[in-house]
Design a protein around this ligand. Structure first.
Ligand SMILES: [Zn+2]
Length: 323
């Protein structure tokens, strides 16, 4: 049985932040391990800045129905790689075959990153995305394989796994390929649309104009009562390339604003809704997550009035940043 005792050095050499979790060189499942690729997962746990790796203990120790270790490394909220094992882990189950990865024993064939986010109403963070790209590129280079040997669990699973959610795996592989070819980071691109940005913000007359809160971005912002109807205030962006973008929103907060304001993001795989609490964390950029957006000039982010919570819904500024 092979091991990959080079993993920590390869990750650090790629600029990835690493935390070594105990006796990683000797913590593994019995059985064969001869990896040719990398498999991406999400943990289904809800991570946050104050709780960046909620699934770490389970990934090390396993569950009652599945003994650990459950992955070679866990990627925390801040993009730090927690290296758990240099050998075989229970992460992949049976591979049904995907790309160049054949059908067979997935735990023999692949090294697994468990990216710690819940995948239901939480996206991979930009830090997790960037670290996963860098780590995958470095490991595939070490294995002598190209970016097609990186797969998502939902591609190889024979049991209906959905992870990793909310990410376009072809775009992710393209970013790994760019990194492996020395292309480095994708071209830097960021754009802000405020409610006063000419030609880029549209809202019905039901959305009033306010300067009430000093936490506003720019001169003013728009506000509307919640209703059970679609009356979206839209932000239009000229997206330069189909790629992954972090989306940040800025709203002024007061205790009288809405606790469940829906932001709508128009992605390559349909609309996604992110609920935010506009009673708090105002006057700053707040990440809604990282999404794959199609190239082109179109309405990409909106604020909907469709909330069952009380309090005014506000629409101020939105920022897109390529990751
Ligand atoms: Zn998985």
């Amino acid at each position: 049985m092979a091991t990959i005792p080079w993993l920590v050095d390869v990750l650090r050499g790629a600029g990835v932040q690493v935390v070594v979790e105990g006796d990683w060189l000797n913590r593994m499942r019995p059985g064969s391990f001869d990896p040719i690729g990398v498999l991406w997962h999400h943990t289904a746990a809800t991570s946050s800045a104050s709780n960046p790796h909620p699934a770490l203990g389970i990934c090390i120790n396993g569950r009652s129905d599945l003994p650990g270790p459950l992955c070679q490394a866990l990627v925390d909220y801040n993009g730090v790689f927690h290296v758990i094992s240099a050998g075989r882990c229970n992460h992949a189950g049976t591979s049904g075959g995907s790309g160049p990865i054949p059908a067979g024993d997935g735990n023999t064939l692949m090294i697994g990153w468990e990216i710690d986010y819940n995948g239901v109403n939480q996206e991979m963070t930009a830090a997790q995305y960037n670290a996963s790209i860098a780590a995958t590129a470095a490991v595939l280079t070490r294995l002598g394989r190209d970016s097609s040997y990186a797969r998502g669990h939902r591609e190889t699973s024979t049991s209906g796994k959905i992870d990793p959610s909310f990410i376009d795996l072809n775009v992710m592989r393209a970013d790994v390929a760019a990194k492996m070819s020395g292309g480095g980071n994708p071209p830097a691109w960021s754009s802000i649309v405020d409610n006063t940005t000419a030609g880029r913000f549209t809202a019905s007359a039901n959305w009033g104009v306010s300067t009430y809160s000093g936490q506003r971005y720019g001169a003013d912002y728009r506000y509307a009562e919640p209703v059970a109807a679609s009356d979206v205030a839209w932000y239009r962006f000229n997206v330069p390339a189909t790629a992954n973008y972090r989306i940040d929103a800025w709203w002024p907060a007061t205790s009288g604003y809405n606790s469940a304001a829906p932001y709508v993001v128009s992605t390559t795989t349909g609309n996604r809704t992110i609920i935010v609490d506009q009673r708090a964390t105002g006057g700053q950029w707040r990440s809604l997550g990282t999404f794959t957006l199609p190239a082109g000039d179109a309405n990409r982010v909106g604020v909907s009035r469709w909330s069952s919570a009380t309090g005014l819904i506000v629409a101020d500024a939105v920022r897109l940043t390529r990751v």
